[in-house]
Ligand binder design. Structure first.
Ligand SMILES: Cc1cc2nc3c(=O)[nH]c(=O)nc-3n(C[C@H](O)[C@H](O)[C@H](O)COP(=O)(O)OP(=O)(O)OC[C@H]3O[C@@H](n4cnc5c(N)ncnc54)[C@H](O)[C@@H]3O)c2cc1C
Length: 406
């Protein structure tokens, strides 16, 4: 006899698990839904360690899931925040070209943004840039006035309250250790808090989504490789140099690379993050090592193919991780007055980056379905911005796959 029984169990109390739980119970009020989260609180991993940016949808390939879900996700997110008194600030963002060689890529971004339907985008010259960000240096910039900042932990907690009001249950401090399928077709999640039985399961386990999927019979055709993003917090003097969000023109091969300045909704300003291989799925510090998880990464063929292709970039990122001087130099390209002493203590987040067996870095969201289950196997940035749109997509998928009746 299971300790908890639901129609649908969701693994993961990050923003996507909780958004999906809220949407499921809103659209199918007769369903019993439970979320199983291994930490004592919601949003303890990617959601609670991200940059807190409300992305507007500039970077993504037109037609991709990222492009579609980001643009629709922003309007849903802002409407939710307005209804629920969650603070956000559409402070705007500049993507700054500092050299002639970046101008072509900046133009491409402008075209992408327009194709994706991002409102208000404007190409600006150095004078207008100085009005928006007086301390930024650049020969040209893309101005996105509708990019904003928010606290995604607060958003997740608000989704959680709605979910509970809809009758849902959240089990925290409950780690799914194994999954069994019974002869009756039900799924049993074996947790450290007892068994959870469900007809269907949604896997929103973030950095561990591949392991959970594997327990449900999905082959390791892709693995989640953890990349730590380290950042510094600017001193009060350094904060004076940044009004909103100042980003470099990204390398299209690695859109998530490129240190930048991010003003947080609580007033702090962060500089970073870089991207280095973490030696544990939740490796928030350089010295946190999980031997089993690291071996799993190192014995995955896709990791070595990726490493062979991108070793130079990886070495540069590692070097910068150990050298504050190099980190400062990268930042000075955007804001020349930034000095090493402005960079004070900071933190880190770990990105769940899916890599295929052939070494391909999965860029777009990847959500797939197996018998009785839906798996979110790649949900990088802008996953938090797009959370309400992604969750609607997951619930559409569940409605069809699980034959849900309202
Ligand atoms: C450094 C960084 C910066 C980012 N910046 C932005 C940004 O500015 N804007 C934006 O839109 N997006 C950003 N993102 C992306 C965004 O944070 C993610 O897309 C989003 O948080 C994914 O949510 P999730 O619920 O899938 O994952 P998570 O938040 O990681 O949640 C997964 C949950 O599953 C739980 N779990 C795992 N295994 C088990 C188990 N066995 N049993 C029970 N529970 C389990 C974990 O404890 C965790 O709480 C950023 C990400 C990172 C890492």
């Amino acid at each position: 006899m299971a300790d908890h029984t639901y129609d649908i169990a969701i693994i993961g109390g990050g923003i996507l698990g909780i958004a999906t739980a809220m949407e499921l119970t809103h659209r199918f009020p007769k369903l019993t839904v439970g979320v199983v989260e291994k930490e004592k609180r919601l949003a303890a991993h990617q959601t609670g360690h991200n940059s807190g940016v409300i992305h507007s949808g500039i970077y993504y390939k037109p037609g991709s899931l990222k492009a579609q879900n980001c643009v629709t996700g922003v309007s849903s997110l802002l409407a939710f925040c307005d209804e629920n008194n969650i603070k956000y600030d559409l402070c705007g963002k500049v993507i700054v070209a500092t050299g002639e060689d970046e101008l072509g890529r900046l133009d491409d971004l402008f075209e992408r943004g327009k194709a994706n339907g991002v409102p208000g985008l404007e190409m600006i010259g150095p004078e207008r840039l100085k009005e928006i960000e007086p301390h930024a240096a650049g020969i040209k910039a893309l101005w996105s006035p509708n990019t904003g900042i928010i606290d995604y932990t607060e958003v997740t907690e608000a989704y959680g309250r709605k979910f509970r009001e809809n009758g849902g249950e959240i089990l925290t401090d409950a780690k799914v250790e194994d999954i069994k399928k019974g002869s009756d077709g039900r799924v049993t999640l074996i947790t450290n808090q007892g068994d959870v039985s469900a007809k269907y399961m949604v896997n929103c386990a973030g950095l561990h989504a591949h392991t959970i999927a594997h327990k449900m019979g999905v082959p390791y055709d892709l693995r989640i490789i953890p990349f730590r993003g380290e950042y510094f917090t600017l001193s009060p003097e350094g904060q004076e140099l940044v009004k909103g969000l100042i980003y470099p023109v990204p390398d299209p091969r690695f859109p998530f690379l490129g240190v930048h300045f991010t003003r947080g909704i609580h007033g702090d300003v962060e500089a970073g993050p870089n991207a280095v291989l973490a030696l544990a799925q939740e490796g928030y510090t350089k010295f946190k090592i999980n031997v089993k998880e690291t071996l799993a990464t190192l014995t995955f063929k896709g990791f070595w193919i990726m490493a062979a292709k991108h070793w130079k970039t990886a070495c540069q990122e590692y070097y910068r991780s150990f050298s504050k001087g190099t980190f400062t130099k990268s930042l000075q390209r955007l804001v020349p007055e930034i000095e090493k002493h402005h960079l004070t203590g900071g933190g880190a987040g770990v990105r769940a980056q899916a890599v295929e067996r052939n070494g391909f870095l999965v860029d777009d969201f990847r959500i797939s379905q197996t018998e009785n289950a839906i798996h979110v196997r790649n949900a990088p940035s802008p996953g938090a911005t797009a959370s309400l749109s992604i969750s609607r997509g997951i619930v559409d998928m569940a409605e069809e796959a699980f034959d849900l009746q309202a």
